[in-house]
Design a protein around this ligand. Structure first.
Ligand code: MG
Length: 170
């Protein structure tokens, strides 16, 4: 039997995107978080669709498995990734993690966004992450916080996401 140290891996993911007024003025993209389009007059400046939640989940999983990170796998200098649906990054990361012999035990995410409120959309975000990884949504937690109106995130100039993910040996 494997020791716990050989059968468990934890990974951390972080992402931040600057939010700007929607194009043309500041060229922000429509705000998509966890695969859910939110009603907002500001959105991320990004090469892909700018989904900070899916990017942070992708990095947490890849990092836990000791694989290259999202920027290495899907460089923003590659035109193929322009405007790309970030759920494709997450699906690919999930497949690589599986091929490396790991199963996702659970994912816990904290999204820091001043507005709009995430609460009406959290169930859909959990479901989108779970289905991209082919796991039950009970293994995915998504929490929404504000930044109390202070600093860039609190002034709606950025969205920030923290994620931890636990992998177990398959
Ligand atoms: Mg990102």
């Amino acid at each position: 039997m494997q020791s716990p140290a050989e059968s468990l891996r934890i990974g951390h993911g972080y992402d931040l995107h600057r939010l700007e007024s929607l194009s043309p003025p500041g060229s922000g993209r429509p705000l998509v978080v966890g695969g859910v389009r939110l009603d907002s007059d500001r959105g991320p400046v990004a090469h892909s669709d700018g989904d900070a939640l899916l990017h942070a989940v992708t990095d947490a999983l890849l990092s836990a498995a000791g694989l290259p990170d999202i920027g290495q796998l899907f460089p923003d200098t590659d035109a193929r990734h322009e405007s790309r649906d970030s759920s494709e990054f997450l699906k690919e990361a999930g497949e690589q993690v599986r091929r490396a012999g790991w199963v996702v035990a659970n994912i816990d995410a904290t999204v820091i966004l001043e507005k709009p409120k995430l609460s009406p959309h959290k169930a859909a975000m959990r479901s989108n992450i779970a289905s991209a990884l082919d796991i039950d949504s009970s293994r995915v937690g998504v929490k929404g916080k504000t930044h109390e109106k202070v600093d860039a995130v609190g002034e709606s100039r950025a969205i920030e996401v923290h994620v931890v993910a636990l992998l177990v040996r398959s």
